[in-house]
Design a protein around this ligand. Structure first.
Ligand code: GLY
Ligand code: MN
Ligand code: MN
Length: 440
């Protein structure tokens, strides 16, 4: 990834400024990068930067640490990075080194990662709160806690040792929950290309093809747009649609089956998350269409709830209500819809939530509750809306024509100041539109 442009540098600096404002002068934040992970012997999995680290720096190298020390006279933004190494750079690629961290990434001071341990006492002394998420980086956990203990021991009469560790959930993740204009540009792009990938998949699907071939169409569209899957793509034909996290993508597609695709591309750190369910042969059967219309009605009703001031629990309540009424209308459940929901009977066919925050992580950061209550929506949040119905092939006591039908429809929605804005509308979801596209 190239070094950030000056506009990007400004954006990262404003995020750091807001975080430093949130943690205050008695706090210090420590954010390690991701590390490389071995896939097999000498080979690593493709590197993916830690989202918090990326959000604050745009720096895409492993084995680095970022420290924010508000008010520090020598500079508040410190980066600890891999040292330059001619030999390693010939084999593995470029490194910015401490010099590049200052010149290209705007660090006030930069050192090699190995130097952090020695500088920690100086960085932590006199700071009451260490904003650092314990439990995620075991090696740093022990170095940082050991350093705090040492400061405590030597500081009985001198400057004080930190007394609190604060998870980044409380500060940084609240910032990440609200997308800036610059972030929304990236999210919109990821959503647009990902919708295009679903269109391509619909066009390429035919009876006798294979799930992995359709996955390849999706991934082709991502890669030719400098994107990669933001999570493991799910391409499930027939009964496989009833396995929520099906990821083998290995079966042949049969005439008369549905195909459920849950796939989203990541663009410069921001992912889309889209699901469409369409007929392999281009035409929904009667039973498929009946279930599909219920899921679509639930999704459209839930999307309407993404408005500033509404409870963020509303989309799930509304979707569950529409789905359960639909299940009763189709004869898949019997009884009063509200009673069925209260006793959890709908969960046989709808066992997951209706959405999650979306951003740099597909299940993005940000609290869902404040003071134990579902928080209200505010402009700038992005959430998925993804109801579904899954009638497992071995379900007893239901009309056999419904068996093995699994349908989910998922869009990514911005809570706009004036109401919901669907970002993934480029992928058709109305029955007539899907059928027309597949016929064309
Ligand atoms: N693709 C993961 C999800 O829909 O939550
Ligand atoms: Mn999804
Ligand atoms: Mn999702």
């Amino acid at each position: 990834m190239p070094a950030p442009s000056s506009a990007e540098l400004k954006e990262y600096a404003s995020r750091r400024a807001r975080l430093m404002q949130a943690i205050g002068p008695d706090g210090v934040a420590i954010i390690p990068s991701s590390r490389e992970v071995i896939r097999n012997r000498d080979v690593h999995y493709k590197f993916r930067q830690d989202s918090d680290f990326w959000y604050l720096s745009g720096f895409n190298e492993p084995d680095s640490v970022l420290v924010l020390a508000p008010g520090r006279k020598e500079g508040a933004f410190l980066m600890f990075v891999r040292e330059r190494n001619k030999e390693r750079e010939i084999w593995d690629g470029r490194r910015a080194g401490p010099e590049g961290a200052v010149s290209d990434y705007g660090a006030d001071q930069a050192y090699t990662a190995a130097e952090l341990e020695g500088l920690l006492p100086q960085l932590l002394t006199g700071r009451a709160k260490v904003h650092y998420t314990l439990g995620e980086h075991p090696a740093w956990d022990s170095r940082i806690t050991a350093c705090v203990r040492e400061i405590r021991e030597v500081s009985r009469r001198g400057p004080s040792a930190p007394t609190e560790f604060v998870s980044l959930d409380i500060t940084l993740h609240e910032l990440r929950l609200f997308k800036s204009e610059a972030e929304l540009k990236l999210v919109r792009h990821a959503c647009e290309i990902s919708a295009q990938a679903h269109v391509r998949a619909m066009r390429a699907t035919r009876p006798g093809g294979w799930e992995w071939q359709v996955a390849a169409e999706i991934h082709h569209e991502f890669e030719k747009n400098a994107m990669e899957p933001g999570y493991g793509s799910i391409v499930g034909g027939g009964d496989n649609a009833c396995i929520l996290h099906y990821k083998e993508n290995e079966m042949q597609l049969r005439d008369g089956d549905l195909l459920l695709i849950d796939a989203g591309g990541e663009y410069r750190g921001y992912t889309a998350d889209i699901t469409r369910t369409f007929p392999v042969n281009g035409k929904y059967s009667g039973a498929q269409k009946e279930v599909y219309e219920v899921v679509l009605a639930a999704q459209l009703a839930a999307i309407e709830e993404l408005r500033p001031g509404n409870s963020s629990a509303r989309p799930h309540e509304v979707a569950t209500r529409v789905l359960t009424e639909g299940l009763v209308a189709l004869g898949l459940l019997r009884g009063d819809p509200q009673e069925l929901i209260d006793t959890g009977k709908h969960r046989q066919f709808y066992m997951h939530g209706t959405g999650h925050w979306l951003g740099m992580d597909v299940h993005d950061v940000g609290r869902y509750k404040l003071d134990a209550q579902p928080r209200p929506f505010e402009a700038g949040m992005v959430m998925t809306v993804e109801p579904g119905l899954y009638i497992a092939p071995d379900t007893a006591g239901v009309d056999p024509r419904f068996l093995g039908i699994g349908i989910r429809i998922e869009d990514d929605v911005l809570v706009g100041a004036k109401g919901p804005e669907v970002l993934t509308g480029g992928a058709p979801k109305k029955v007539a539109e899907v059928e027309a596209l597949m016929a064309g």
